[in-house]
Design a protein around this ligand. Structure first.
Ligand code: PLP
Length: 386
């Protein structure tokens, strides 16, 4: 079989064997609907509530709610739209490098008359705290601040503790998208002043189609989905029991392995960056000088190469990576994250993201460190002769 090296864990990850094992019975004999009052239903309810407690426990949250959703995207939407719809005079402040799930939800609120502000980042991708502070001081009205724990394109970690302190001082609610940070960083939500946190199982070796919004404190939200009143009325619809059980297992496994696995991925990521820099000294690793980056993501801008040709050539060599930019209808557009960090159009467009995960081995890194520069040179030679 053709060798494949999967370095796109930030897009999604394969399901961990332990997760598949834990989910198995709930796709089979334990098929009950948690709202049913008979034995099948009760068993399913017990499994859902145990999973909820396991995830909250892993986050160090003793006094908080966890609402299961269908994805990280839905969790972000529930946080922003749920708050914005509840408070007609709400103000939303989010960073310029948020995932599209936050940016698009904020834009939808803006279209309905809510005030929305974007906070810039510096060239390392780190939030401008002074702008946040000035915005928070400007007005008294219900305010939601949304700042991601760590960025999905560059891995840059935001100064969440300081953001939380500013929000707390001004009575603003803080939401953080921890979809990429969960399982990689040692964060105990219960020890912070973050009131809402978005998670997604499939980035952790869990199944797709299941996410969560954790809410700490008295945050009032309007549901996005109405119906049978599941998830404390905030997310109606029969629960995805197998997904929920798999999510909790993925959180437990990734939390238990976090320290060792993060150190391992960090070392592999550094080796990859060093190998690529040695072969192609002209590349730029975006966010490399930030105070902290996630251990498993690297965003690399490569000048003078057609990036779509490179992604295709890598794919043909069995290497799966992402464009660091948004791909729309076949063309690669400069990403809003790269733009926000001040990269000009060509650099921003010529960016790829490589992300490692639980199945990544040293030999994968050696293979990509050798293959990628070879392909860049081949494309450049071809372009020069054309
Ligand atoms: N937020 C971040 C930071 C992400 O990286 C992603 C997915 O890439 C999402 C939200 C959306 O998560 P999901 O794929 O579960 O909708």
């Amino acid at each position: 079989m053709r060798r494949t090296v999967y370095l796109d864990y930030a897009a999604t990850s394969p399901i961990r064997p332990q997760v598949r094992g834990a989910m198995g019975p709930f796709n089979d004999a334990a098929f009950g609907n948690p709202s049913s009052i008979h034995a099948h239903g009760r068993d399913a309810r017990v499994a859902v509530e145990a999973a909820r407690r396991r995830i909250l426990g892993a986050l160090g949250v003793s006094d908080g709610r966890l609402i299961f959703t269908g994805s990280g995207t839905e969790s972000d939407n529930l946080a922003l739209l749920g708050f914005g719809r509840r408070h007609p005079d709400a103000r939303i402040i989010c960073s310029a490098v948020e995932h599209k799930a936050v940016i698009a939800a904020a834009a939808a609120l803006q279209a309905r008359g809510r005030q929305v502000h974007s906070i810039p980042v510096n060239e390392h991708g780190v939030l401008d705290l002074q702008v946040l502070e000035a915005l928070l001081s400007a007005e008294e009205r219900p305010t939601l601040v949304s700042v991601m724990w760590a960025n999905n394109e560059t891995g840059v970690v935001q100064p969440i503790e300081r953001v939380a302190a500013l929000c707390q001082a001004r009575g603003a609610i803080l939401h953080s998208d921890a979809v990429q940070a969960m399982g990689k960083l040692d964060f105990r939500l219960g020890d912070t002043a973050v009131q809402m946190l978005s998670l997604s199982a499939h980035k952790l070796g869990g199944p797709k189609g299941i996410g969560a919004l954790v809410v700490c404190g008295p945050v009032e939200l309007e549901p996005l989905v109405y119906g049978g009143g599941q998830e404390s009325g905030l997310r109606s619809g029969t629960e995805n029991v197998a997904g929920i059980v798999g999510f909790a297992e993925a959180v437990a496994v990734s939390s238990a392995e976090r320290e060792r696995e993060s150190a391992r991925l960090h070392a592999l990521r550094d080796r990859l960056e060093a190998g690529l820099r040695e072969a192609l000294p002209e590349i730029v690793v975006n966010g490399a000088a930030a105070p902290q980056r996630l251990p498993h993501i690297t965003s690399i801008s490569i000048p003078d190469v057609d990036i779509e040709s490179l992604l295709t050539a890598l794919d043909l060599e069995g290497v799966c990576v992402s464009s660091g930019s948004a791909c729309t209808t076949g063309s690669v557009e400069a990403s809003h994250v790269a733009r926000a960090m001040g990269l000009d159009g060509d650099w921003a467009r010529n960016t790829i993201r490589l992300s490692l995960g639980w199945g990544t081995e040293a030999e994968d890194i050696e293979y990509v460190s050798a293959t990628l520069p070879k392909l860049v040179r081949r494309i450049r030679d071809f372009t020069a002769r054309a």
